[in-house]
Design a binder for this molecule. Sequence first.
Ligand SMILES: [Zn+2]
Length: 471
Amino acid sequence: MKNLRTYIALCALILFIFGIQAIALASVPLRVSIKFILDANGNRPVSGNLNTNAEVNAEVDSGNSILRTTYTEDQIQLIEFVDLSGVSQHFTANIYNDTQFNALRTAAENDPATYHWRTDSINIYINGGAGSARGSFPPGNQYILMNQWCGNTPSCILHEIGHNLNLMHTHEPCCTNQDECSDTITDNSGWTKDQVAQNNFGATYANLNASQKNQVDLVYNNVMSYHTDEPQLRLSTCQRGRVSTQNYTDRSWMLGRTPIHVNKFAPFCGILQNGSFSFPYCTLQSALNAGGLNNGVLVLEQGAYTMTQETINANVEIVTRSGASTVDRGVQLWILPVDLASSTNPAVAGAVKAAQDEDTAERTILREALTLAEKAAGPEEKSVIRAETEVRAGIHRANAIKMLHEAERYATGDEKLAVQLELAQRYRQAGNCVLAEKYYGLVATATDQSALREEALRRSKQCSAETNTSQ
Ligand SMILES: [Zn+2]
């Protein structure tokens, strides 16, 4: 037994040292189909910004570089180049002309074979028009028309896809927050950088402090701005949130893989979770336990995550979002029984089974609430659902604890320790540090495993600190 423990501790240490770094190249593929509309002679335009495959590829590469450096989970996946002949009536369709812009889309949807219109990707049509480029907002966000003279650099394609993903211009005059993002300051497409500084902070750019300069840069160098005298490389936190939200809505057709979001700091963490951007799993292990991983991408919001299983038996990738993330395999330092419902002591087995039934009932309530919350209109409605759910789920949570106390009465040896550790953890999760400390203390006193004793004492100390800082 001792040898086995030493072996486990050694393996654990090695795994800890070789913690897996989230792989930077994995991504959520955003499917894009490029169609060149040919003229009556079957030719592409001879001049322009986007009349060769190389020019398109360069814009896609730049766009992907921006998505990577802004820690967005997406990467543009170019699935094809198609030269479209026989539709030269659209060769000079201009994006500024609503009738021409809409006519191409309508024709394509009505005759998908001729126009190579796809329902499983964004359709980008490039023609010989003398305008710039225009994307379509959701719903109906499968369409972009690009003329040859789009000035957004280095990636007009990314700018247009931004519209498909529900991003507005930073200078949009439509709304209270202009672009509906409160983390981008007031912008006007005609302003210089100094004017953006002046109109927001009352001083020229050179006289701003570092934080103010950063806010000006975020707008002036934004992918969705019109300030083309500097490269447009940036996306705000709010903008990335809008992208991730739209991605999830359109995941069945727009994405090559399904994102499964994990965010340890999510506001609904541990209450409502289904892997969407709005309701992410709050631990990596809970995402793994939920299953349905095949052809998915685990999107880890910046932070350190742990998985307690050794391998993932599914076709799934891992990508980080908002900043770097790490994944460590869990460290097993002690041995305690887990399947107490199979205890040879019938009183223990019965009580544990009853606790499990209460846990299952709680999960059912949470699952149903999640379905309701997803359909909810706004944050207020979501808050009401959350509050009601907490009350109903709380009853089962409390019953489960009662049953665990029942199990504790009859259990002995390591089974008793396992129940007491579980009680300590449940009280800790509930923010009841007095009882958490009591049960961690009982475990620490009774166990002969030094790692378990140390960990129980450490968690006991952490409880108060955690309760003070958690949301
Ligand atoms: Zn635009």
